[in-house]
Design a protein around this ligand. Structure first.
Ligand SMILES: [Zn+2]
Length: 425
């Protein structure tokens, strides 16, 4: 069942990461910072294959433009360019395998040189377990020897991730926006409130991307990269000898995209330092993950909590489930770390209070008019979602994920953020 072990050790204040994202003129000091990199717009495939049809690409640059335009119109937000001199790859490598990164960087060029269509790289065949079942269990081909279209199937699990000439630049820009937002959060002196919440308007999204796998419009897992940035930043600021066991900063990720974040789940599945909580549709994309039975493994056991919801879910049942999910985050505390740290000293209560963080991922493809999803949330629900998250009273990073009703996208994102900030009254 969906339960976390709760202990009696004092709870520490988490940072919250939410998948979401200046204004000319007067901007109040309390305006939420929105981090954005125009390079995010460069990924623009001409098509995708959906439900057996060749259709225009739903995860389009217009999504980011609509959100940016909406937030620019409000004094509640301040749009800031992502930091250009960040070592983005350093943090990408903390999440994704090197061969996968190099594949994404070189796939298009190799594809074209091999005679592939210049519009985009797209796989044809996948190493399905039944296809490889007669091969040794340690099946691990020398990927370097595979032809470009075989590599495309090896590193991707569906047909939604065409790689164009500019895709690598766009996914790097998307990760840069998330890291910039996370960096801003670490410099906030206040534990909660507007100055300790930021929005990364990242695009392409990230939560379907695994350590060596793209899919679901996702290539680099932006939230996971931001989490590793925060953990690395914290570790580098600890005094020598204060953390001899190399304890990682505890962080919770709340994923409220319509679809299960299979990639984020995979990346942190055996990691006890990250609590992953997801609300998503059952029996919908990506179909094969997201059940309540997926609880994590090893040190990550019970740190993976899935809340699958039926198609047609409405405002009331969604909000009720989100409150339950929030209660798990609220009780995510170092006491559990002490249990799993049977081979390592528990953190002191003060150290724990300094460390604990939460994170949330926000997608708004839960909207009733979303063209590829099947929940029935109304615009009014998004303000309530923001208020429920705000009651956790944690420093929060929102990172944009899905949402494909483009005309309503910006207003729904704005509603979540203003509900969180309490500026929607
Ligand atoms: Zn989604």
């Amino acid at each position: 069942m969906l339960s976390l072990p709760l202990g009696n050790v004092p709870t520490a204040p988490p940072i919250l990461f939410i998948a979401l994202t200046s204004l000319l003129g007067l901007i109040p000091d309390t305006a939420m910072k929105v981090f954005y990199d125009p390079g995010c717009l460069l990924h623009d495939p001409p098509y995708e294959i959906l439900s057996g049809q060749l259709v225009p690409y739903f995860e389009s640059p217009a999504r980011a433009r609509n959100i940016k335009h909406e937030l620019e119109s409000s004094p509640s937000f301040k749009i800031i360019g992502a930091e250009g001199d960040l070592d983005v790859l350093k943090y990408v490598r903390m999440v994704h395998n090197e061969d996968y990164i190099q594949y994404l960087r070189t796939a298009y060029q190799e594809w074209v040189e091999d005679g592939g269509d210049k519009s985009a790289v797209l796989p044809e065949t996948f190493p399905h377990p039944k296809l490889t079942s007669v091969l040794p269990s340690e099946y691990n081909p020398d990927v370097k020897t595979l032809c470009p279209i075989a590599k495309a199937g090896f590193y991707c699990f569906d047909l939604s991730c065409p790689i164009t000439e500019a895709t690598y630049m766009a996914i790097t820009a998307s990760a840069r926006a998330a890291i910039s937002a996370a960096k801003s959060l670490t410099s906030s002196a206040k534990p909660s409130g507007p100055e300790s919440s930021v929005f990364a308007l990242s695009r392409p999204p990230g939560h379907h991307a695994g350590s060596s796998l793209c899919g679901g419009y996702c290539f680099f897992n932006n939230v996971a990269i931001a989490v590793r940035f925060l953990q690395d930043s914290h570790a580098s600021t600890m005094s020598e000898g204060s953390n001899p066991q190399g304890e990682m900063l505890p962080i919770a990720i709340l994923d409220i995209d319509y679809h299960h974040g299979n990639g984020t789940q995979e990346i942190f599945y055996s990691d006890g330092s990250v609590l992953y909580v997801s609300l998503h549709a059952q029996n919908d994309y990506p179909y094969f993950t997201g059940s309540t039975k997926e609880k994590g493994s090893g040190e990550g056991l019970n740190r993976n909590i899935n809340f699958p919801l039926p198609r047609g879910t409405t405002d009331e049942s969604y909000s009720s489930t989100l409150r339950s999910a929030a209660s798990h985050i609220k009780h995510f505390n170092p006491a559990y770390l002490a249990v799993r740290c049977a081979t390592a000293p528990a953190l002191s209560p003060k150290a724990s209070a300094d460390l604990e963080r939460d994170a949330t991922s926000l997608g708004v493809d839960t909207y009733k008019d979303d063209p590829i999803s099947d929940f029935k949330l109304t615009h009014a629900c998004y303000g309530e979602i923001g208020r429920i998250i705000a009651r956790l009273d944690k420093p929060t990073l929102f990172v944009m994920e899905g949402g494909y009703a483009v005309d309503a996208l910006g207003s729904n994102v704005r509603a979540v953020l203003e509900g969180f900030e309490g500026t929607d009254a």
